[in-house]
Design a protein around this ligand. Sequence first.
Ligand code: PGA
Length: 258
Amino acid sequence: MAARTPIVGGNWKMHLDRAGARDLLRELRDELGGIEGVEVVICPPAPWLGDAADALEGTSLQVGAQNAYWLPHGAYTGEVGAAMLIGTARYILVGHSERRHLFGETNEETGRKLAAVLELGLEPILAIGELQAEREAGTTREVLREQLAAAFADVERLPEGFVVAYEPVWAIGTGLTATPEIAQSTIADVRAMVADRYGEVTAEACRIQYGGSVNAGNVTELAAQPDIDGALVGGASLDASAFATICRAVAAAAEGAA
Ligand code: PGA
């Protein structure tokens, strides 16, 4: 099996004022600036993306946006076009559950965003995940399959190392982390779905993160699972030392597995 470089994202969501963001960026640069064996992507709120790009320049840390619109420009008040992020952000989160469930983003819109981000040569992190009721009803596989099918509708091929974040909605911000067994088996299912669409080689190279209440205490067991290639971290990404611990644990797990 080809080794996959794991990837950890820190999704700050709508937190921190400018001074707080700059402080955290400085701390992250100090803690993680030279980290190896894991790719690290920092996703601050949109107004602080430029500060992040400046603060992290010259380090291996990447900047990611939390969302972007698929059209490049036009009369779309309040939107940020993915094309506008070129030169500032390398990664763009697409289809985070808060976009889907709080702001009504549809599977089809997620698909348009994904296609646009790939077309621009930027790196998407495609987030998918089921609601608690869907998990309880036993429809998790169908839900994920539908989300992936819509996201991939206009995407003929995936770049090597494409990133999916599997985030069960019931685990996000709730403290209810999926057990390593649930996370592993669902992520193995997701990898099989990617293989059905794009073939085994692409699926084996695809990096699939787990997200949902990941913290410094539970990351090691999650990262030890063979199909889990890192984490998408919300709450714990606002604390530089907790986030650094998570990134180091993911790198160590990958090294241990190599
Ligand atoms: P959480 O958020 O780590 O706070 O659960 C994860 C996410 O929304 O990506």
